[in-house]
Design a protein around this ligand. Structure first.
Ligand SMILES: C[S@@+](CC[C@H](N)C(=O)[O-])C[C@H]1O[C@@H](n2cnc3c(N)ncnc32)[C@H](O)[C@@H]1O
Length: 270
């Protein structure tokens, strides 16, 4: 798990300049997360959240994984790197390249996968749900990660578009439970027989599966998980977002000053 994280972080440092955000976690302790330097979005999952995938992959050894929302490839490269060491065969990502500097992100994702020689990873450009059936190459996905547009009903559409390509033991992972689209999707998932477990990671991950024995195993593996976690208060997400906008505005103002100060310090030191 740590090996995969070190490999991905080291390779990312070689292909792009990134900055750390939410160094100690956003909602819960965890993080750090990453952005491409000079951009505000998209933000990767936290390092603590990578280790959740690492544990899932070590335990369940998924052969096929499908990811909606790839950004600059941090989570997909981690997942693919961990899977190739545990018998994984294919990881497909689908990203519409709409967030932030989408095309630049997609290039970093490709460079990162190449640097890590992740031949099992295929990144596809397209929109969920319209392009999911085209992108998915196998109707037996073992691991699904939904991390695209987190609004309602987009998350539910993402889920419903990939559901026909899964089986009873497929593990679904959602990121950002605190966003408005996740809980309505989880309620729909329940009508399809899924049970789900909220995890206190930096941005609140959720794991879901239909198979009872697999769900019991997830509960054993993540004893601090909460089944059917309650929604946050209606003010929670707006407050987090407001704080986030302030943080981003502050960084937009101070980053050029900080980098100019660093340059002059370096010049003086020369
Ligand atoms: C939060 S980022 C993904 C982060 C990535 N999972 C990681 O941790 O490295 C969300 C991504 O979803 C993409 N996206 C948004 N709506 C989408 C849609 N309907 N279909 C496919 N991708 C979408 C955005 O372009 C963005 O790159």
């Amino acid at each position: 798990m740590t090996d995969s994280l070190n490999r991905v972080v080291n390779a990312l440092e070689q292909v792009a300049k990134t900055s750390l955000v939410w160094k100690r976690g956003l909602i819960n302790k965890g993080g750090p997360h990453r952005v491409l330097s000079g951009t505000l979005l998209p933000i990767s999952i936290g390092e603590d959240e990578c280790t959740v995938f690492g544990r899932l992959i070590e335990q369940f050894r998924p052969k096929h994984a499908f990811i909606i929302g790839n950004a600059f490839g941090f989570s997909s490269c981690y997942i693919a790197d961990a899977m190739r060491h545990h018998g994984g065969e294919k990881v497909i990502t689908l990203d519409s390249e709409v967030e932030g500097r989408g095309q630049a992100c997609a290039k970093v994702a490709r460079d990162l996968a190449n640097k890590l020689e992740l031949s099992l990873l295929v990144n596809k450009k397209g929109r969920s749900p319209a392009d999911t059936a085209w992108a998915v190459e196998n109707n037996q996905q073992d691991l699904v990660f939904i991390d695209g547009d987190h609004s309602h009903p987009q998350v539910t559409r993402d889920f419903e578009s990939i559901l026909p390509f899964t089986h009873s033991k497929t593990i679904f992972v959602w990121h950002d439970f605190w966003w408005s689209g996740i809980l309505p999707c989880l309620k729909v998932a329940q009508t399809h027989g899924l049970r789900w477990l909220w995890l206190p990671t930096s941005c609140e991950m959720v794991l879901g599966v239909r198979d009872e024995a697999t769900f019991t195993k997830l509960q054993e593996m993540f004893p601090d998980g909460v089944e059917n976690q309650k929604a946050h208060s209606p003010l929670f997400a707006p407050t987090i977002l407001a704080k986030e906008y302030i943080r981003q505005a502050w960084e937009t103002i101070t980053e050029p000053i900080a980098s100019r100060l660093n340059t002059s310090k370096r010049t003086l030191g020369d």
